[in-house]
Design a protein around this ligand. Sequence first.
Ligand code: AMP
Length: 466
Amino acid sequence: MYNNDRNERGYGGGYNNRRNNNRYDNRGYNDRRNNRYDNNYRGGDNRMPMPKKKVAIPDLSGEEWKNKLKLPTKDTREQTEDVTATKGSDFEGFMLSRYLLAGIFEMGFEKPSPVQEECIPLIRMGKSVLARAKNGTGKTGAFAIPCLEGCKSEIKETQLLVLLPTRELALQTANVLKKLSKYLNLEIVTSTGGTNLKDDIIRLQAEVQIVVGTPGRLHDLNKQYYQKERVLKLDKCKMVVLDEADKLLSVDFLPAVENLIEATPSDRQLLLFSATFPSAIQEFKAKWLPSCEIVNLMDNLTLKGLTQYYAYVDENQKVHCLYALFRKIAINQCIIFCNSVNRVELLSRKISRLGFPCFYIHGQMGQEDRNRVFHNFRQGECRYLVCTDIFTRGIDIQTLNVVINFDFPRSANTYLHRIGRSGRFGHRGLAINFISNDDRYNLCKIETELNTEVDPIPAEIPREFY
Ligand code: AMP
């Protein structure tokens, strides 16, 4: 799947070859016909309302309904307690419609994970919930499943609003909602910054039951009027989800988030999900969710299947060390984090010159480039991705087994979110940290804060660890 020879020149526009101004030439990237698209990819001209693709709804009556489902190949990899330590519930015990169950099973979900087991019944009962669970343990399903059950296709107004801090995450989450609701006949619109506002205005003229997006853009749409009607009407929206809630409550997002919540009915359900909840959340909780249910599945903070190592290196040895790692360990797919946009671009160029084609992504790239890189990396078109913290949160790529902190992060929260990109859904993963002299203190601090141990990298890393 990962043919390194395919691209001996490296890539540009997130694909690492800037020599040529025409960034997409010769690579099949300027020829849309050669690109594979799915719901995750949304180029600039791909956002106009399209007639909804009709999914054939199977007849699921009768005892044998499960035999009619198109189940994916079973994932037989070993899983850790982070996702298996449940009380033994199953999805059928949650009183969900058979058509939603069909979507769940066709996604390959057989049993709920602990966060799903805790949250689904509470949300079904109409409670507001503040849930804390580790990265990659099924948080999206924990809100998506009960919220979808609560949406009715015969009601034409927006009933569910899902807010996320990044555009990539919004597209990924919308995609999960679409897959789960495959047979529910719900209209889901994703709206994020960096794209044409007019297109979103037109798309929201349809009867849209679910809106997913980033707060800034949705707030703009909520203030906009089209033919004397608000473009984004939220007065019937009874469920609001804040995923990666701590980030959404930071100063950058909070005003837009609060404005959006205010536009919803006062008895709406508010659902907050994150792996990290800073103390600042208390104020928000007191104001918006005084009597919510709290689900906390973070007795220890780091993922159980994740092995963490550090390599003590001088700044000028880092690239060499990375090269040695690439040659030595069996990387399926890997994210390499740097602390600045400049370093991302520089490093990705160096890596490519060493003969390892890589992609890069950072917040100063245009949205189309970001989408394209995200989509193609996800499709397994490249083994290595160099990025800033833009890619830290929530991004779910099951084939990713290694995360490398080329630059060590400054905070425990960022560390936790970064390393959580590997070891998804209880699978094993590896996190390798390059520690320079200046990072030593920070490493100790983060180890203490997270109550975790990061070992020196051994000469051989056992294959079963990742
Ligand atoms: P999340 O934490 O929501 O990003 O989910 C992490 C990964 O686990 C995603 O790839 C999901 O598709 C997968 N996943 C979530 N819930 C389940 C489940 N109950 N069974 C199997 N896989 C799941």
